[in-house]
Design a protein around this ligand. Structure first.
Ligand code: NAP
Length: 325
């Protein structure tokens, strides 16, 4: 089968397109024919081996992962022994970040516990945009952020995968949502329902005197002390990503800030696919649909990872696997 091969850390144009043996499902696994995949920060980080912590998990000098790719949607072609919840022909989608990646290929084997049935009212292209970013948004806003009706919420870095799904997850709560991103993404964000918009190149959300009940951050661009000043009493700040130094600061100083102010600052650790059935329900009810940048062709994946790293994408970059194989 064809796959995108990660033979060394470098830049996306160091990735190779090659032939590898089609995998065979072990006990508890299914073999998935991948119809669509989407690009994530994981791919950008893994390909470069940056930040350094990635190398602690995936190989210090050379990547141990042969095929990158986190988000997929596809059809089950075969099931291994002991698989009880799925059969051949089922359409599924999932995040592979906790089971070895491998989404940029024609086929992948996945433990059945990682899978959810694809919502029947959307295409594989749309479905592939949902698992990783949708779950980060759901766990950040609902599970850890504990969003409540009537609150004031801000999403920093809101024009990418997490923010464009996050605003739709927030809608039913009747909250006022401010979105912060670069100027060229604000029109799209307005069309998705953000009540207030801010261009981070022109304004600093921690310096305008506004206070929020909940801040979800995809970039962690401000210090924990600055974000704490932008929270109301008992407010929560949840970050899903940013530089390692900033995330460490939030862990180290967050508890101290909580101790003295009651405001809660935390770093979310993704639990892959936990809540994906809830995402499916929102999609089936017509409350959630991804913003898709694409779909693009399989052989463009290296360029698309670079495009993601350059921050030029809107929403989720999607690859239709059968195109360009
Ligand atoms: N916690 C976990 O376990 C876990 C797991 C996986 C991933 N993650 C993290 O989750 C995040 C995923 O977010 P995503 O998929 O939404 O990423 P994304 O699609 O790249 O969106 C991030 C947005 O932030 C904007 N941005 C860049 N610099 C900014 C700044 N200084 N201020 C405000 N906005 C800025 C970007 O726009 P421009 O570039 O155009 O400016 C982009 O639109 C990543 O940080 C990733 O590392 C966390």
């Amino acid at each position: 089968m064809k796959a995108i091969l990660l033979k060394k850390y470098g830049m996306p144009n160091d990735l190779e397109i090659g032939e590898v043996t089609k995998p065979v499902p072990s006990e508890g696994e299914v073999l998935v024919k991948i119809h669509a995949a989407s690009i994530n920060d994981w791919d950008w980080g893994l390909v470069r081996g940056k930040p350094f912590i990635i190398r602690l998990f995936f190989g210090l000098r050379k990547p141990k992962i042969e095929i990158p790719g986190v988000d997929i949607s596809g059809t089950i072609e075969a099931v291994g022994d002991g698989v009880s919840s799925f059969t051949a022909g089922d359409e599924i989608y999932c995040d592979l970040s906790e089971c070895g990646l491998g989404g940029f290929a024609e086929y992948v084997c996945v433990p059945e516990k990682m899978l959810s049935k694809k919502p029947s009212n959307i295409s594989h292209n749309d479905a592939s945009a949902l698992p990783h970013a949708g779950i980060l948004a759901l766990q950040g806003l609902v599970e850890k952020g504990k969003v409540k009706t009537g609150q004031r919420v801000l999403i920093n870095g809101a024009g990418g995968g997490v923010g464009t799904l996050g605003i739709q997850i927030l809608k039913p709560y009747g909250v006022e949502v401010t979105g912060v991103d670069s100027g060229e993404k604000l029109d799209l964000m307005k069309s998705l329902g953000f009540d207030k918009l801010m261009d981070y190149r022109k304004a600093d959300f921690t310096a305008i005197g506004e206070k929020y009940d909940l801040i979800l951050d995809t970039k962690s661009t401000r210090s924990p002390f600055k974000v704490a000043r932008s929270l109301k009493k008992d407010g929560r700040y949840v970050t899903v990503g940013g530089s390692m130094v900033r995330l460490l600061e939030i862990v180290l100083f967050g508890w101290l800030i909580s101790l003295f102010t009651g405001k809660k600052l935390s770093v979310l650790t993704l639990k892959a696919n936990k809540g994906l059935d809830q995402i499916s329900k929102l999609v089936e009810q017509g409350q959630l649909s991804p913003v898709v940048d694409g779909p693009y062709e399989f052989d463009k994946i290296p360029e698309l990872i670079q495009y993601f790293g350059d921050g030029r994408h809107l929403g989720k970059i999607v690859v239709e696997m059968e195109k360009g194989l």
